[in-house]
Design a protein around this ligand. Structure first.
Ligand SMILES: [Zn+2]
Ligand SMILES: [Zn+2]
Length: 263
């Protein structure tokens, strides 16, 4: 069975290129069994320029993905999702939490107290704060994200390392606490985009993947592609890391129902 790539953007967000067809064709060429679109859900106007679609565009987006799913259904499964910023903004229509068209929602944190910490223009924010405070705030947000139980997948789990800033403290206790008391229904995305960023490492790190395995947390795969040539990016390395940690299956989603794919 082929792999899934559940983290793909579209030109609607303003910082991705290529057509939906080109992404799907790339997924077919690379032998994936499923491709899922999870474009950035609308952020408020003052934050979204070049980052997300406008708040009048989600329907156009969903209609487009749904019609491609129909067109390609004999060749590849095309899934419909959003990457939703957490904490939530009022520009995200909460009806999408229960919309029958949606296969999964990825919850992601790109802002700490309004600071776009993963945006290259705001990298100087790292020199103004204590690195362990940044990590601690970030994992607090992840905790609220997971405990909200709105999301099927956690996006780029340790994104805060993107530019290579490492915590001094060991956060494995905090990370384990994220999964205590939850129903473990949320899968963590193994996101290969980190290999294209200064940190040059998959999100999350090898050590965190091993920790997640010991906690019985399900995982899935995403390239975070912003152009068709990035679809399925470095999935060989991702699968190798997963197997090394002990994983023998990944999670896939259809209409929010989770099922396993054997690695
Ligand atoms: Zn993006
Ligand atoms: Zn993201």
């Amino acid at each position: 069975m082929g792999l899934v790539d559940y983290h793909n953007h579209t030109a609607l967000c303003g910082h991705a290129t290529g057509t939906v067809e080109e992404y799907i064709d790339a997924a077919i060429t690379r032998g994936l069994s499923e491709i899922g679109f999870s474009d950035h859900a609308p952020l408020p106007e003052e934050l979204r320029e070049g980052i997300t679609m406008r708040d009048d565009q989600p329907e156009e987006y969903l209609t487009s993905i749904q019609s491609h799913a129909l067109k390609y259904k004999t060749r590849i499964a095309v899934r419909t999702g959003f990457e939703v910023d957490f904490p939530l903004h009022n520009t995200f229509d909460q009806r999408y939490f229960t919309d029958p068209r949606i296969d999964y929602l990825i919850g992601s944190c790109h802002f700490i107290d309004g600071w776009a910490f993963d945006h290259p223009s705001f990298i100087d924010g790292f020199s103004k704060r204590d690195i362990d405070d940044i990590y601690s705030q970030y994992y607090e947000i992840m905790k609220d994200l997971i405990f909200s139980e709105h999301f099927h997948i956690i996006g780029h789990f340790d994104l805060v390392k993107k530019f290579g800033h490492r915590a001094k403290k060991d956060f494995s206790k905090e990370i384990s606490a994220l999964f205590n008391g939850t129903r473990h229904s949320t899968a963590v995305e193994i996101n290969t985009a980190g290999l294209r960023k200064p940190v040059q490492e998959i999100y999350p790190s090898k050590d965190i993947i091993s920790l997640l395995f010991s906690l019985n947390v399900p995982v899935t795969l995403g390239s975070d592609s912003h152009s068709p040539d990035e679809v399925g990016y470095e999935f060989g390395s991702a699968v190798e890391m997963l197997k090394h940690a002990g994983y023998r299956k990944i999670s896939a989603f259809e209409k929010r129902r989770r099922y396993d794919i054997t690695l």
